[in-house]
Design a protein around this ligand. Structure first.
Ligand code: CA
Length: 229
């Protein structure tokens, strides 16, 4: 179940603030990774592959601004939203002026409720199925809140793994997912599962979606993986 959870990386050098953030984000259903300085952040980012980053500006070592710039200039990390934390509004102005590419800014001291709202708002963009949104593709409708899926109005019953596979596909129609990427997203990195397991569950998902007629919308991309549409 862990894997369909959205994941967040918190980069904050003050332990108390880091813990409060981690606690609240975990309570909201996030998988949380933390880093206490810029150098750690770069390593943990690669390990944790977060959906979203909360990044303190003032850090020992590599600064938050520098990290933000690096992530936003690399194709593989560019799309991950970054919420920058800053001590004063003048700093925010400066950060904006420096064109770091941060997606949002929160001024310290912030209210945790406010920060959570910002996190959810960024997440809605990148992982819509994790914030209780209805996804539609062709004649398929997936309701992430009730876990109901219909195709052409007929209810489709899916196992939990097939549901997570389908929500992953429906968040980014057309995107080709490798088996390894699907393993990370659907099963989670901590669990060892053979890549052939992916094929088995794709087979089940196809069968379930085709039960009431309708074409096969899941495309096998030879040598690459699978895509929806
Ligand atoms: Ca700091």
């Amino acid at each position: 179940m862990a894997s369909s959870q959205p994941s967040v990386l918190i980069v904050e050098d003050e332990p108390a603030q880091r813990e409060v953030l981690a606690y609240n984000l975990e309570a909201e259903g996030f998988r949380v990774a933390t880093a206490e300085n810029g150098d750690d952040a770069l390593v943990v980012f690669d390990e944790a592959a977060p959906d979203i980053v909360v990044l303190d500006w003032m850090l020992p070592g590599v600064s938050g601004i520098e990290i933000c710039r690096r992530w936003k200039s690399s194709p593989k990390s560019r799309s991950v939203p970054i919420i920058m934390l800053s001590a004063r509004s003048e700093e925010v102005d400066r950060v904006r002026g420096l064109e770091t590419g941060a997606d949002d800014y929160v001024i310290k001291p912030y209210s945790i409720v406010e920060l959570m709202a910002r996190v959810r708002s960024q997440l809605r963009r990148v992982r819509p199925s994790t914030v209780g949104i209805r996804l539609e593709y062709d004649d398929i409708v997936l309701d992430a809140e009730t876990h109901r899926v219909t195709r052409g109005g007929d209810e489709i019953r899916l196992g939990p793994t097939e549901f997570r596979l389908l929500s992953t596909f429906m968040e980014k129609p057309g995107r080709v997912w490798s088996r390894d990427q699907l393993l990370d997203r659907v099963w989670g990195r901590d669990i060892y599962v053979d890549t052939r397991t992916v094929d088995v569950h794709i087979g089940r998902l196809r069968k379930a979606l085709g039960r009431h007629g309708g074409g096969d919308l899941i495309r096998t991309v030879r040598g690459a993986g699978y895509a929806l549409g």
